[in-house]
Design a protein around this ligand. Structure first.
Ligand code: GTP
Ligand code: MG
Length: 192
């Protein structure tokens, strides 16, 4: 599979023009978005993985085999960000969800060890209000035992209102969940 970085956009005018189905990856800062994109593409360093949270401040566009566009959205909820930066982030994301015509699938990442917070819930409703298919992926599953995983899936499902069956358990260390994510991505080529 050929995957290429296209550009980083700080403003809507910089968003690429394309008719390809677009898949966006969204979630809290440090939840594992960049790691997931690398893992499902089988690439080590296509996307920079941050030691410092909040590393991805721009919307990064990738061309996947000239079949899909992937976008790595900047993570939300990073505390050490100025008010002005947060406002700029909010505007960029708002614009992205409101006007991105070719958006075919949103992948929302949630840390399997944490209860979804207010920002996560806002993200879910922003995606739902656009009627774009949404899948929720629980990241860093390798950090929990099987028992703990079952417990967390239940807690996250109850607190977010997302059915357990619709939560994909994922790890960018083991690759667990990779095929399930691809199944959802492949469907988008049929729907646009
Ligand atoms: N054990 C484990 N660590 C992970 C996993 N996914 C990500 N990490 C680690 O979590 C940290 C953050 O990962 P990123 O992929 O940079 O997270 P991000 O969501 O892109 O972060 P921002 O760009 O800051 O929003 C890194 O140290 C990763 O190595 C996972 O599935 N398992
Ligand atoms: Mg990132």
């Amino acid at each position: 599979m050929n995957a290429e970085f296209i550009l980083s956009a700080a403003k809507p005018e910089q968003f690429i023009k394309t008719d390809l189905p677009e898949i966006c990856f969204a979630g809290r800062s440090n939840v594992g978005k960049s790691s997931m994109i690398n893992k499902i593409l089988g690439r080590k360093n296509l996307v920079k993985v941050g030691n410092t949270p909040g590393k991805t401040r721009l919307i990064n566009f990738f061309n996947i085999d000239s079949k899909y566009i992937f976008t790595d959205l900047p993570g939300y909820g990073y505390a050490a960000v100025s008010k002005a930066e947060r406002a700029a982030w909010g505007k960029l994301i708002e614009y992205y969800f409101a006007y991105r015509q070719n958006l075919a699938l949103c992948v929302l990442l949630l840390d399997i060890r944490r209860i979804p917070n207010n920002d996560d819930m806002k993200m879910i409703s922003a995606m739902k209000s656009r009627n774009v298919p949404l899948i929720s992926v629980l990241t860093k599953a390798d950090k929990l035992s099987n028992n703990e995983k079952v417990k967390q899936i239940k807690i996250i499902s109850e607190s977010s209102g997302i059915d357990k069956e619709n939560l994909i358990v994922f790890s960018s260390v083991t690759g667990q969940g990779k095929e399930q994510i691809w199944q959802e991505i492949v469907k988008t080529n049929l729907s646009l």
